[in-house]
Design a protein around this ligand. Structure first.
Ligand SMILES: Cc1ncc(COP(=O)(O)O)c(C=O)c1O
Length: 361
């Protein structure tokens, strides 16, 4: 057999952990990945399938980027199409931003804990992650000065954060984000994966010129399986990102579903309102239990501190209530916490029941 030439693989890739063959247990209620508890509406699925039936599947899409979807997103945000970049999930746009910006050794400043793909992608491109801790005792608020100071000290190429933050659920004020963007020498990537759950729209920050907003169809539009995400930025920045997105980034299936979703935006607002109402009900019920701390959430999930009983709780919920929640194992500073996606009312009742069996007096 020929010698494997692993030295041809870049160091950041070789030293990253392997991709494991994990599979979720579909028999469980899946409340670990912040997905929509409600599926994409059946009549809208039919509408998408009807449109797909009349498209040629043998052909590439009509152009190398999904311009009809780009135009529809630009119209929704009152931006120009030159400010919109679309790809297969915001995960891919995180990769694209790192690919477009990082040289080995460049610093990427980020709060911690924040979405682990930032750390992982910086590592792949041999960037150096500089982590600025969030403080649980002050509600995980945005440490504007500490982030700006770290960016200046390390001459950072990027500052990256999620607003609201995953996994803490914290909402950041637009004024704080503006102050941060204005006081750093680098780009600021703001991942707005959950923005619709707190009605935040940060497009006003794009005028600063150094801000890239990332958004996704996975959460609000109940389309995690369809894989569509987008970036919004100043036209010159977006033009550069457009070059690092793969040619034909969306299948005709994904683009069609995303267009149908945008045309029926108000249907998803109603679904969002149900999720937010359930989030508040779930949070209030869990917060009553002794030893349980529920952090305020502006998202479709809750971060909950469970006072040293995490393993037992995870097993109890899985084995007795058939519910899978997240152990947030990727975030060492949250060793005492779990993260729960807001489910349907019935699923949330199972969570409340399981917690009450563990923590109730
Ligand atoms: C903050 C954040 N960004 C991005 C993503 C990935 O989204 P997508 O499905 O668009 O790749 C997630 C998914 O959970 C997330 O929490």
């Amino acid at each position: 057999m020929q010698q494997e030439r692993l030295d041809a693989i870049r160091l950041g890739v070789r030293s990253a952990g392997p991709v494991r063959r994990d599979r979720v247990d579909e028999a469980l209620h899946r409340l670990q990945w912040n997905e929509s508890p409600y599926d994409f509406p059946a009549d809208l699925k039919e509408e998408a399938l009807r449109r797909l039936a009349s498209l040629p599947w043998s052909r590439y899409p009509l152009s190398g980027r999904p311009w009809p979807l780009i135009d529809a997103l630009a119209a929704r945000f009152r931006l120009s199409p030159e400010q919109v970049v679309v790809s297969e999930g915001s995960s891919d746009l995180i990769r694209a931003v790192m690919a477009a910006t990082l040289q080995p050794g460049d610093s990427v400043v980020m709060p911690t804990p924040t979405f682990m793909l930032y750390r992982l992608n910086a590592h792949l491109y041999e960037g150096s992650g500089v982590q600025v801790p969030l403080d649980a005792t002050s509600g995980f608020c945005l440490p504007v000065e500490a982030l700006a100071e770290a960016a200046r000290k390390h001459n950072a190429r990027l500052v990256a954060l999620c607003a609201p933050n995953n996994p803490t659920g914290t909402r950041y004020a637009e004024a704080d984000l503006r102050r941060l963007a204005a006081s750093i020498p680098s780009l600021l990537v703001i991942d707005e994966a959950y923005a619709e759950f707190c009605d935040q729209n940060l497009t006003g920050l794009l005028e600063l010129g150094n801000v890239i907003l990332l958004r996704t169809f996975s959460k609000f539009y109940a389309m995690a399986g369809a894989r569509v995400g987008y970036a919004l930025a100043a036209p010159t920045l977006a033009a550069e990102l457009q070059k690092v997105v793969t040619v034909f980034p969306l299948s005709v299936f994904s683009e069609t579903v995303a267009l149908v979703a945008l045309e029926h935006h108000e249907r998803f607002l109603a679904m969002r309102d149900r999720v937010v109402a359930e989030r508040e009900r779930l949070a209030a019920a869990l917060a009553q239990l002794p030893g349980v701390i529920v952090y305020p959430s502006a998202t479709n999930f809750l971060l909950v501190a469970v006072n040293g009983r995490k393993q037992a709780l995870l097993e109890h919920l899985r084995d007795r209530r058939r519910v899978q929640i997240s152990d947030v194992a990727a975030y060492p500073e949250l060793a005492h916490c779990v993260r729960i996606s807001v489910g349907t009312p019935e699923q949330n009742d199972l969570v409340i029941q399981g917690f009450t069996e563990m923590f109730g007096e």
